[in-house]
Design a protein around this ligand. Structure first.
Ligand code: HAM
Length: 423
């Protein structure tokens, strides 16, 4: 039996320092842009009662039916690692009576989600989302603004993507449409795949998600929800399109776009990229006007989206790198034990003043320390030897031009201050 524990679980991964700057760049940009649109950050727990997702996302969805990481804790409670955050945000909104003041509440989140999906390019079991939710309005301009914000984030990062939209109706127009859909499906089902047959009975709209080649001719002839909207949903959808056009946003209406979570009503959208392969959605979202009530809260009209951070980083243009690369302002090189201790003292002082310092703890020779300083691309090396210690004057060397001179610690601080480092 292998007794080592040196690999992670399938579908999870370590994000190492060499790639993390791209993640930070995207996260920082999202925070900036979302706050320009008036969204404030919310952090909800990663674990929630299983019931929240079962009710919120829907028992018959793939997520709830097959993909959740669920366990029973020591208090005999069924707990689930969040597969998405919308249900949690709505739960928090209700629990903290954020609806009290009326008006629109705009929230965003960044964090990991968990789904036990089949492994595929761009699909992880622990993946990260940047999401935004606007609660408290049904105005189509809110839908358009949300979409504009998602697209602006992508555009500002140089990512090319396409907007697909649809309206999936509401509790007025969907039931009669589903009845029609089921009766039309009945005749076609014998020729369709097993998944379609199952979905037809449990979650009929999801038949439109089938990718099996031989099912497509059947699916293409099915009536679409878009052609069967009630007057209110039709008007709302027209309003969303008009506001998008006013904002100069191009879109494609995709009547087959139904999304994989049950809470959607009216607007449903996805943002796709040709560079992603079969898992081409970089973001997905829509309206969920009934979700609050399903969870036991007041009626709340709301919508949101979530963007796959893993996928976004995959298609981020090469030149989009964070400006900031860590390097020590001062590398403290020492010779001997007393100098080692002095190096610690100086580093502490400089760090408290906002400078980054690095000490090599291997207590090796000066040559090895200089080599490491070069490798770390240190801006300066401060050399502390016995002689320097006794005189209280140290040699500072600027690596870029090899210029070196002697300084006391106050002189070093004055010099560093002239470099205008941001603290
Ligand atoms: P979703 O479509 O399930 O929607 O996920 C949104 C995005 O998360 C996807 O477009 C994709 O980029 C990313 N994503 C999903 N699953 C994975 C995975 N296994 N690996 C990598 N990336 C993945 C939601 O989660 C809704 N909560 C969005 C929403 C917010 N609707 C309203 N508000």
């Amino acid at each position: 039996m292998d007794d080592t524990v040196t690999s992670n679980l399938p579908g999870t991964r370590d994000l190492l320092p060499g790639e993390i700057d791209r993640w930070q760049l995207v996260e920082d940009r999202a925070r900036r842009i979302f706050s320009q649109y008036g969204f404030l950050e919310i952090r909800t727990p990663i674990i929630e009662p299983t019931e929240l997702f079962a009710r919120g996302i829907g028992e018959d969805t793939d997520i709830v039916g097959k993909e959740m990481y669920t366990f029973v804790d020591q208090s005999n409670r069924s707990i689930t690692l969040r597969p998405e955050a919308t249900a949690s945000v709505v739960r928090a909104y209700i629990q903290n009576t954020m609806y009290r003041g009326g008006g629109l509440t705009k929230l965003y989140y960044i964090g990991p989600m968990f789904r036990h999906e089949k492994k595929q390019k761009g699909r992880w079991r622990q993946f990260y989302q940047i999401g935004a939710e606007a609660l408290g309005s049904d105005h189509p301009a809110v839908d358009a603004e949300m979409i504009e914000m998602a697209l602006w984030l992508l555009e500002s990062l140089g990512v090319k993507a396409k907007l697909l939209i649809n309206s999936v109706g509401c509790s007025n127009c969907r039931p009669p449409y589903l009845e029609r859909l089921r009766s039309e499906l009945e005749q076609r089902l014998p020729g369709m795949c097993e998944d379609c047959r199952r979905r037809a009975a449990t979650n009929t709209l999801r038949v439109f998600d089938c990718k099996v080649e031989s099912c497509q001719p059947f699916i293409d002839r099915l009536p679409s929800i878009t052609d069967n909207l009630c007057a209110e949903c039709g008007n709302h959808f027209a309003g969303v399109r008009r506001h998008l056009e006013q904002a100069g946003i191009s879109y494609e209406i995709v009547p087959r776009l139904v999304r994989g979570l049950d809470y959607y009503v009216r607007t449903a959208f996805e943002i796709v990229s040709g560079e992603l392969g079969s898992q081409n959605a970089v973001a997905g979202g829509g309206r969920y006007n009934g979700l609050s009530e399903v969870l036991g809260g007041p009626p709340v009209q709301a919508l949101g989206f979530a963007m796959g951070l893993d996928r976004l980083v995959m298609i981020l243009p090469e030149e989009q790198r964070a400006d900031f690369k860590w390097r020590p302002d001062v590398f403290l090189a020492y010779m001997g034990e007393p100098a080692f201790e002095k190096a610690g003292e100086i580093a502490r002082e400089l760090r408290h003043r906002g400078y980054s310092c690095y000490i090599d703890f291997s207590e090796g020779r000066l040559k090895g320390q200089m080599r490491l300083a070069n490798k770390l691309n240190a801006e300066h090396v401060l050399i502390i030897g016995e002689d320097e210690l006794s005189r209280g004057k140290y040699t500072i060397k600027r690596l870029a031009d090899s210029r070196q001179w002697e300084v006391t610690i106050p002189e070093l601080q004055d010099y560093l201050a002239t470099l205008n480092r941001s603290i």
